[in-house]
Design a protein around this ligand. Sequence first.
Ligand code: COA
Length: 324
Amino acid sequence: MQKPDVSYGVRIIGCGSYAPEQVMTNDELSQRVDTSDEWIASRTGIRARRIADPTKQSLTDLATLAAAQAIESANLTPQDIDLIILATSTTDDLFGTAARVQRSLKADRAVAFDLSAACSGFVFGLVTASQFIRSGAYQNVLLIGADIMSRWVDWSDRGTCILFGDGAGAVVLQASPQQDNFLGFELRTNGQDNSLLNLSYNSDRSSFDYITMNGKEVYRFAVKMVPEAIEKSLHRSNLTTADIDWLILHQANQRILDAVGDRLGIDRAKVISNIANYGNTSAASIPLALDESVRSGKIQANDLIVAVGFGAGLSWGAAAFRWG
Ligand code: COA
């Protein structure tokens, strides 16, 4: 590929999402483990989650449906897409799922790869996509965040199974010679605390374990580290938290959303939340919330959005951008 002599701006020009039809409410969950709607709702804000059909719905299916919607809303066709990045931790194939999505979309020109950064995957993907665009390498990039967490949850562990759900969301980023709407980012990893949240390979069983988590410590980490990342992502464009129109945090726990917003003095009405309906959908949670807010008319062109992912790794990252 020839090296371009200009640096391109980045615009996010379309979005889409998909969540499986099957709803599992807290009451239904409390028939499987010793818990209650009251306990789950008061500790997490979650009321229900969507569950992919284990025999009929693959990660490829969820990702493809969200992606097709994003491409359509960007007024493009799959043939226009140069690069597909699929952020996921619950792949259909350990060799990667992105190529299957490319095939399903018939996006024949696109190169496709998976990106694995757990619940930070979508934000890490946004930054990765924007670098390919800035350099002039690619014009149209499809970024998908999709996860089927229900595959890897221990349904007898009430400490984790109440939190997670399945879904997919996607955006299309485009190179723009005139305008740059991708304003700044901050990405971080702390491998020292890797053991707080895992989905590890177990050599004794020759397979992967279920999700294991130290909930209290993960909660503390999020509330401590996320506000700083938000401020740093804005600082690079001389913006402050007062300029934020919409804060889209990874939907892990309503109490984390409230605590982060309060710590930064951001009005709770600006902190987007759909966790009640979906729970924690990992890499899908930010694009799902973004897509719902764009379709409902909440998010308007040029609004300043900060998206923040955080989770296993430990990893966390914030990206500041204007919509459209
Ligand atoms: N229903 C009823 N009781 C439950 C329960 C459930 N689903 N899960 C735990 N409990 C019980 C515990 O056994 C404990 O009982 P005990 O005091 O008799 O020992 C009590 O409730 C408190 O448990 P604890 O784990 O201290 O609760 P918590 O207030 O820390 O809430 C989480 C647990 C998981 C909701 C919370 O820690 C959390 O959300 N952490 C962040 C996790 C996260 O977001 N992870 C993903 C990041 S990407």
